[in-house]
Design a binder for this molecule. Sequence first.
Ligand SMILES: Nc1ncnc2c1ncn2[C@@H]1O[C@H](COP(=O)(O)OP(=O)(O)OP(=O)(O)O)[C@@H](O)[C@H]1O
Ligand SMILES: [Mg+2]
Length: 383
Amino acid sequence: MATIALKNVTKDFKDHRIIAGIDLEIAGNACTALVGPSGCGKSTLLRLICGLEEPTTGEIHIDGQCVNALSPVERGIAMVFQSYALYPHMTVFDNMAFALKIAGCSKTDITRRVQQAAKTLQVDHLLDRKPKQLSGGQRQRVAIGRAIVRRPKAFLFDEPLSNLDAALRFQMRYELARLKVELKTTMVYVTHDQEEAMTMADMIVVMREGCIEQQGVPLDLYYHPKNIFVASFIGSPTMNFLKAVVEAAQEERLFLRFLSNEILSITIDPFALQGKEGLFSKGSMVTIGIRPEDISEGDPTENKEGVCLKGNISFVENLGNETYVYVTLKEGEHVSLRLAGSCFYKLGQSIFLFLCPERCHVFDANGMAIKCLKKGHDEHLNG
Ligand SMILES: Nc1ncnc2c1ncn2[C@@H]1O[C@H](COP(=O)(O)OP(=O)(O)OP(=O)(O)O)[C@@H](O)[C@H]1O
Ligand SMILES: [Mg+2]
């Protein structure tokens, strides 16, 4: 269960800076997920950690020691790739034993280690089969087994489940989570699937263009995204963003006017506007963010504390256990709602949407979040 640290690491390919000076501490015995859009440098970061690439500048430390000069084998870290090329002519046993044979382990040691890993991964009944006789999920487990037998200090996973179908991905996600507990190891896990990151990881690192945008425990990122980029990246369906202007800004309260002229009053952290007064003068543009599950069908005649916006249903996705409803507001903006159970609406039907102020996020003209007091959200975090 190694700790891994990156200290001001950069990586250039020719004259392109791909990793732009990253400082990151990866905790031992925990799973850290790297997420971010395609091309932001996630795989490059993994390759730098395991020694398949050399940093242009900066240092990589494993358990407190700089490993820049060490080869991948000397670093003792295993990497599992998305395309888990197993040797087709070898049995599962031989695939898993291969690295140990090369390392010169004894036959009894190899057998013991392969059998133990196979049991953990529930492929112990498949040891005599060839890869083509396995399902996709079983092959992926063998690929992970190949890494486990080496007893690495840490596992680096590069989108290990993205080739699998939805049901298998779900099953493997559960198995990897179980493995993490069983092996008490350090995992760095790259995924495009933010739901996978939310469920697997103890810590999520959101990257953009070779930089870290935000890192934190999953629910903290969900409830307190630092900016619009993180807010839109974490959560599915994605957070809704609505334009508004500042009507008035007081020390602990913001009054924001939607395009529909409705006013939203939001309680903010008393220090939130310090140094940002210019961005919150009357008439300044802001963006209000609200997650699809934090909008409900409203009744404008009810005197609830909050805002009711009028729109028309443009699309409905009924999934049985929940319903996604897409609404076009009168002013042309689009909003999605996530409602529990099956809900039936007619396309074009008008609807009032209730936005609870405690659930709203506010972003300034630069897309940076203002600290709001969200009691409901923070209860989740404490729980
Ligand atoms: N060996 C290389 N030579 C030149 N450019 C490279 C090399 N490897 C990666 N890149 C570039 O570096 C950038 C980051 O690539 P990387 O594979 O790390 O992205 P990623 O975040 O893993 O993307 P994806 O989610 O699509 O896998 C890309 O623009 C890619 O084209
Ligand atoms: Mg990649």
